[in-house]
Design a protein around this ligand. Structure first.
Ligand code: HEM
Length: 230
């Protein structure tokens, strides 16, 4: 059984509480922290490598799917219903990097009950779509980008899938452009994968999203692309 007090004592530098005694050497403690730091770095590198390989193999399988359906023809909207993996990539990317993380405020006109909570009239509610998409009770390993989670029982195109991740909101005010966005984005991603090989520029790593009205990358990632079939 791990004793939290023991751990705290072991990994707390008492000099933090007496800054004027900072000059007293604490080599043992520093060595412990350095060891932890290098172990953490090794674990992070292994995780990033695993994730990069996974992403690269995702691109290849996606490419194979597109090839097997479209052959040498260019992807068009008509092909999309036969490309479930492309659809899954779209939804999984919206789930993990939701563009609009919090829907515009809803005003409650009358006393109501929602999900077991009493909500009095006059309340304003903000729905955290990002939180819904990262809910461990609903998604297995929610932080992982894994399009296959949408393929389990999906043999053919189902329009209701548009609302799986709530990326387009829900209810009366749901995004009226959802279908248009799906058709345009899926055709675009499909064409970009069909025509180019993609890889991240050396040293690029997954970066944090920053949350605003529209989500975006703190430091946009750089990719290197090369036309296929040169
Ligand atoms: C991937 C692309 C898009 C995403 C993720 C997205 C997401 C959303 C979300 C979350 C809402 C709020 C829904 C709610 O309050 O429940 C919304 C509203 C809206 N979206 Fe989109 N949207 C996208 C593309 C588009 C496009 C292409 C159009 C127009 C052609 C569009 C037009 C609108 C409009 C007019 C509303 C306001 C609807 C209302 O308040 O009644 N969106 N969108």
């Amino acid at each position: 059984m791990i004793d939290p007090v023991e751990i705290a004592l072991e990994y707390v530098d008492w000099r933090d509480f007496f800054p004027h005694l900072r000059w007293i050497p604490q080599r043992n403690f520093e060595r412990k922290i350095e060891k932890m730091y290098s172990r953490r770095l090794a674990v992070m590198k292994a995780l990033i490598k695993e994730q990069s390989e996974r992403a690269a193999s995702g691109e290849e399988s996606l490419y194979e799917e597109i090839q097997s359906i479209c052959g040498s023809d260019k992807i068009t909207e008509e092909n999309l219903c036969r490309l479930p993996l492309l659809d899954a990539v779209f939804h999984e990317t919206l789930r993990t990097h939701i563009p609009l993380p919090i829907v515009p405020l809803r005003y409650v006109h009358e006393d109501t009950e929602l999900g077991g909570y009493y909500v009095p009239a006059g309340s304003e509610i903000a729905i955290n779509l990002y939180g819904c998409n990262m809910d461990e009770n609903r998604w297995e390993k929610p932080e992982e980008w894994n399009p296959e989670r949408f393929l389990d029982d999906k043999k053919k195109y189902a329009p209701s899938d548009l609302y799986k991740t709530m990326a387009f909101g829900a209810g009366k005010r749901l995004c009226p452009g959802a279908l248009q966005a799906t058709l345009i984005v899926c055709t675009t991603i499909g064409r970009l994968v069909q025509e180019f090989e993609w890889r991240l520029e050396d040293g690029e790593e997954e970066d944090v999203d920053i949350v605003g009205i529209i989500n975006q990358k703190l430091h946009p990632m750089h990719a290197v692309i090369r036309p296929r079939n040169l």
